[in-house]
Design a protein around this ligand. Structure first.
Ligand code: FRU
Length: 490
């Protein structure tokens, strides 16, 4: 048996052994992508190909820790209903002995082609990284390119933390961004070009920590993605090593973006400030694709590196993907909206209109649950704080609170009383306007909150007990009006 088949068989054995244990977990999500067992991290190879969306992800089948990484493979016609396909890549070759790391997918002469990083560590823990190709004829079985790696040498001045190729085509040439760090430990994104995906030439540094006018912004930049949107260029990346500053950068590592203009001849990007994409707790390594309908769609890992103490590990699985989100650019700000197709999941609509809440907490009879979508439109009156409590227990001990602090113009996600798992509070500035719109997706142990049509998004995992299904609306020190609240079971 060849090494590849052997590794895939080993993974499949453990998946089948543990699948039911994972399935038996109350915290399993109902409409998000999760690993069958084991650990999921970055979205990889996201592409709309021949009318189907393919999404791969970093997968460690054997355990809920970061071990030997494979590429798991899912596909979907509508971004909502996903089919689990056989494992796409297993780390079977000399250039990837310690994992098939993150990368992207392109259509090259009609052929679905993966571009990824082969990760190798020697006995002393020294790292080597190589950029590699794999292709498929049938969209299921992948073959690695015979002359891998296609990038063996890397330019001088950078460490072997050199990975996560994201590739696209422009004016007949292939371009690739890579995440790395300088030998002085400053995060960088580099731009390469190629005629054939095989011979790559360095164009230059796109952006970096301590580069040009940017001050220090982390020691390593992972998972870059560069694309144009609305006539501007957007660089998304995940920097490591930024210190928390007030409400900003409170997770272990960040994911954010620059908006500006890339000079394809020098590789340099003129850009504005760094902005975090998501304001919640679990969000990392986002990747986008342009779909056949012309939408820029993003998935991210709903998890973080070095945060493996989620209660799901008892059931031998950990982490999930966010919902797919459409990106739009308004001025220099990214807006994120859940894809329209998610409406396919809606059932049992309940709507209430024009409810005045006056310094009190109310319960609406038909609004409760743990797998649902909520649209709430608050009209500001004089309350200083107002919002919604989800997953409330009857004894009042458990609740997850989403609220607006009008004096400070901040939206707040408080999971200190959410049950098991990581705790904490995240806040973000939302300028005071007459209306506050919340679009909430709750899925057993996850929450994604889209504010004011995607102006900000808060994502987080919560682990309340299964009896905590209550939903309450409240206003403090004054009134707020609920213009409209709709709920769907999903
Ligand atoms: C980001 C990351 C990538 C790497 C992959 C390994 O979470 O560290 O830089 O390719 O995960 O799983």
């Amino acid at each position: 048996m060849d090494k590849n088949t052997e590794l895939i068989n080993k993974a499949n054995e453990i998946i089948e052994k543990n699948r039911d244990i994972a399935e038996g977990d109350y915290y399993r999500l109902k409409y998000h992508i999760m690993p069958p067992t084991g650990l999921l991290n970055d979205p990889n190879g996201f592409i709309h190909y021949k009318g189907e969306y393919h999404l791969f992800y970093q997968f460690h089948p054997f355990d809920t820790t970061h071990g030997l990484k494979y590429w798991a493979h899912m596909k979907s016609k509508d971004l909502v209903h996903w089919e689990e396909l056989p494992i796409a890549l297993a780390p079977s070759k000399w250039y990837e002995t310690h994992g098939c790391y993150s990368g992207s997918a392109v259509k090259n002469d009609g052929i679905l082609t993966l571009v990824y990083t082969g990760n190798v560590k020697d006995e002393e823990g020294n790292r080597e990284t190589y950029q590699c190709l794999a292709t498929t004829e049938d969209g299921i079985q992948f073959s690695k390119y015979d002359n891998n790696p296609v990038m063996y040498n890397q330019p001088e001045g950078y460490t072997r933390h050199f990975r996560d190729p994201k590739v696209w085509k422009k004016d007949g040439l292939w371009y690739m961004v890579i995440g790395t760090q300088t030998v002085k430990e400053e995060g960088r994104v580099l731009l390469f070009k190629s005629k054939d995906l095989k011979d790559w030439e360095l164009v230059g540094e796109v952006a970096g920590s301590n580069l040009n006018d940017l001050g220090y912004l982390g020691y390593m930049w992972e998972c870059p993605d560069l694309f144009s949107l609305n006539g501007k260029d957007v660089l998304i990346f995940s920097p490591q090593g930024i210190e928390a500053k007030g409400d900003l950068y409170n997770n272990i590592y960040q994911s954010g973006y620059f908006v500006g203009k890339l000079d394809y001849s020098t590789g340099k990007m003129e850009h504005g400030e760094f902005i975090e994409i998501d304001r919640g707790f679990e969000f990392y390594a986002p990747q986008t694709t342009l779909d056949e309908k012309g939408r820029r769609i993003m998935f991210a890992w709903m998890g973080l590196p070095e945060r493996e103490e989620h209660p799901t590990v008892e059931h031998k699985w950990i982490h999930a993907m966010t919902l797919p989100r459409v990106l739009e650019l308004k001025g220099s700000k990214l807006y994120q909206k859940p894809v329209e197709e998610l409406k396919l999941l809606r059932k049992d609509q309940v709507t209430y209109k024009d409810i005045l809440i006056d310094n009190e907490e109310i319960i609406l009879q038909k609004i409760s649950g743990d797998v649902l979508e909520l649209l709430v439109e608050f009209e500001l009156e004089d309350a200083n704080e107002f919002g919604i409590k989800l997953r409330c227990s009857e004894d009042g001990k458990e609740e997850t609170v989403l609220y607006y602090d009008r004096n400070n113009e901040k939206f707040i996600f408080d999971r200190n009383k959410s049950g098991k798992g990581y705790k904490g509070i995240r806040r973000c500035k939302i300028p005071n306007t007459n209306i506050l719109k919340l679009h909430i997706f709750m899925d057993r142990s996850s929450l994604e909150v889209f504010i004011n049509d995607g102006e900000e998004v808060f994502t987080g995992r919560i682990y309340p007990s299964k009896e905590s299904l209550g939903i309450k609306l409240f206003a403090k020190e004054g009134k707020v009006k609920i213009r409209n609240i709709s709920k769907w079971n999903l």
